[in-house]
Design a protein around this ligand. Structure first.
Ligand SMILES: Nc1nc2c(ncn2[C@@H]2O[C@H](COP(=O)(O)OP(=O)(O)O)[C@@H](O)[C@H]2O)c(=O)[nH]1
Ligand SMILES: [Mg+2]
Length: 297
């Protein structure tokens, strides 16, 4: 049996979180087409017939501008030193650019074995794949290059085999029923944030955070989980975007989040959402700590 840590790294939007969810078989990392969706490291465990793979999903690697972004990039790069295998996830539907070179430079400093997952092959035609494979084979000495689609599942089995082959022999690191390091509170905040990202589209670029103010587990006299959460925005002007006309938007966000939460928590949920203006929350170290975005250095 094999076992070990495998980090999923790459540029924002490459499909790392989608791939993680597919391997784990549960939605433990939120997904969106906005570049900075994943803000901290997420551990997800895959129990395969050949061994246990402990995946670490990371925020995309990019040039940091805010303190938050610096932590996000640190969270991604620090894992490179701690894992047995690195899977570089690349969006095969976009041309390689300077951002990719930046990631490859970081990989050269890592001692882990590296596998390239050329993701989103469902979006390209097969002839486009060969030059891309040639480009990356020349740029870095990958242990394997595997075309995959995190959405359709194509290539997932092949990628799993390559990862297992690269992992050391070992007993499972976690019990079989352990899927993720994300607490219910964290998963809850993230699911709400996903709905905000989804519904506010391009009107609110990367400016929301969700904090759980209160999380009351079901008890003997109330068979319902009561959750009070705040959606933080940067400016007064953004508050009406999240609330919507006559409270329509916040209602929709709340309803969808509650439905997902009832599935996640397997029971009834009462969800109370508030929108608060917190200027510069992205540079607030204490708030970042609260949200679990430690620097991990
Ligand atoms: N067509 C297609 N879209 C994908 C694939 N993998 C991810 N996506 C989409 O790409 C976007 C970014 O995915 P996400 O997993 O959040 O990327 P991350 O930033 O690398 O974690 C989302 O809209 C996903 O639905 C894939 O294999 N095919
Ligand atoms: Mg992600």
């Amino acid at each position: 049996m094999k076992s070990g840590f495998v980090s999923l790294v790459g540029r924002p939007n490459a499909g790392k979180s989608t791939l993680l969810n597919r391997f784990v078989g549960e939605k433990i990392a939120i997904v969106s087409d906005k570049p900075q969706t994943t803000r901290h490291r997420i551990v997800g465990v895959r129990n395969a017939p050949g061994g246990q793979i402990v995946f670490i999903d990371t925020p995309g690697i990019h040039k940091p501008l805010h303190r938050m972004n610096r932590r996000m990039v640190d969270a991604a790069t620090s894992t490179l030193r701690e894992v047995d295998v690195v899977v570089l996830v690349v969006d095969a539907s976009v041309r390689p650019g300077s951002g990719d070179d930046f990631v490859l430079k970081l990989l050269r400093q890592s001692k882990a074995r590296c596998i390239l997952a050329l993701n989103k092959v469902d979006m390209i035609r097969k002839p486009q794949l060969l030059p891309l494979i040639a480009h990356y084979a020349k740029a870095f000495d990958f242990a394997a290059i595997v075309p995959v689609s995190a959405v359709t599942g194509e290539g997932q089995e092949a990628l799993e085999q390559e990862v297992l082959a690269a992992l050391p022999e070992g007993e499972p690191l976690y019990p079989e029923d352990y899927l993720t390091d994300q607490t219910q509170r964290r998963l809850t905040a993230e699911l709400i944030r996903e709905k905000v990202l989804h519904h506010t589209r391009d009107e609110l670029p990367y400016t929301t955070a969700v904090v759980i103010d209160q999380f009351e587990e079901p008890s003997a006299d109330q068979a319902i989980t009561r959750i009070y959460a705040s959606i933080l925005v940067d400016h007064d002007s953004q508050k009406p975007i999240v609330i919507g006309k006559g409270g329509e938007m916040i209602k929709r966000i709340g309803t969808e989040a509650r439905q997902d939460l009832e599935r996640l928590l397997d029971g009834r949920v009462f969800l109370d959402l508030h929108v608060k203006v917190r200027q510069d929350w992205r540079d607030d170290e204490r708030l970042l700590d609260e949200m679990g975005m430690r620097g991990d250095r």
